[in-house]
Design a binder for this molecule. Sequence first.
Ligand code: FAD
Ligand code: SF4
Length: 381
Amino acid sequence: MEYLECLKYSPSKYFRHSKLKALINVNDIIMKQKKVIVIGGGISGMESSTYLTSMGYDVVLIEQKDKLGGKLLKWEKLFPTMSMGKDVVNFLNKGIDLAQVKVELNAKIINAVKEGNIFKINLDDGRVFESDAVLVTTGYDVFDARKKEEYGYGIYDNVITSAELEEKFLSGNDILTNSGKVPKKVGFVHCVGSRDEKVGNVYCSKVCCVTAVKQAIEIKEKIPGVDAYCFYMDLRMFGMHFEALYKQAQEKWAVNFIRGRLSEACENMDGSIMVKVEDTLAGKPLRMNVDLLVLMVGIVPSVGTKTIGKMMGLNFGPNGFFKSLDQHSMTTVSNVPGVFFAGCCVAPRTINNVFVDARAAALMTSSYLEGYDIEKRIQEK
Ligand SMILES: Cc1cc2nc3c(=O)[nH]c(=O)nc-3n(C[C@H](O)[C@H](O)[C@H](O)COP(=O)(O)OP(=O)(O)OC[C@H]3O[C@@H](n4cnc5c(N)ncnc54)[C@H](O)[C@@H]3O)c2cc1C
Ligand code: SF4
């Protein structure tokens, strides 16, 4: 309901009922011929497309999969409110319908180039879309946990990822071990594929500490009497209400937080997992058996982010995400005039950050199309 409430702020509603539109007819006179292609139909692409279409631009939203929503289609409950992922996607789909965004699903982009001031996007079915600007919202992939061989993912049956645990929550089935037993102890390993020089990802993925706290609470809710253990280096509860959720996990749900990096996980004869941790608070090594081990996989640039970036000549930062023209003032602006980006293709972000970003990127795209000289301002700084 909270999200439906928000629809009253939809820009298309504003434009439909605006007396200004009737008087000046801004959409019809100035904006209608300008075209924008948005690549990637996750939450960032959906929200920016809704805004751009509502502002009067001719927008085509291109998504490679058969549905809009991106990763949010896979998450059941969301931190920090425990509201449902599907409600956010429904809210965004209503915006897409209201604004009447043109959507191309199952679309594979094979080439994307700029010729003069026009962008040409070729699909594998032979169609070519042209536009005056492109907004790239190609998102992220989760870290491939097989690269952390010492944690046994893909080798031991009872080592799963946080994304897989979300899928189990979403299925509505009981949370069981691979052999069908109710787990008595569940471990959560933080920073898997993040803050780790060995795998080449030195950055923090931002969302996994609070996701671990949220998932530990959910496990406690679903399995009465289960023990939950979070193994962390340090807890990064940076967002509004995250600290409260962490406190709730300790005080209401008695989740155990153990400070220390996991060095190794091994399988016991009965399929349970033995973890070896250097407990840095107690100052001694720790060995413990858990029935299920959940790896909090980090956020890495998606394959789509890499391929579209290369096709369009976009700059990448040291972590492989898109590099903004300026880290403070131009986070949604790329090095190629007319190309903008939003969401997790730029950096790990929470959903509320993505909404802000998507709307900001829509505004920057509009500024460019209306002749606002962004680059000049950068040079004049
Ligand atoms: C386990 C986990 C749980 C999380 N839980 C929460 C939570 O509870 N609360 C919260 O605030 N955040 C959460 N997050 C973060 C959240 O998932 C992201 O903020 C959000 O999904 C980012 O949206 P996006 O649109 O930028 O990217 P994505 O969701 O990755 O969407 C990108 C879209 O682009 C498409 N695409 C990619 N390449 C191409 C191409 N070449 N052509 C066409 N389409 C393409 C993809 O198919 C996809 O649909 C979680 C993250 C993880 C890893
Ligand atoms: S958010 Fe937490 S678990 Fe994720 S990379 Fe940062 S410190 Fe590690």
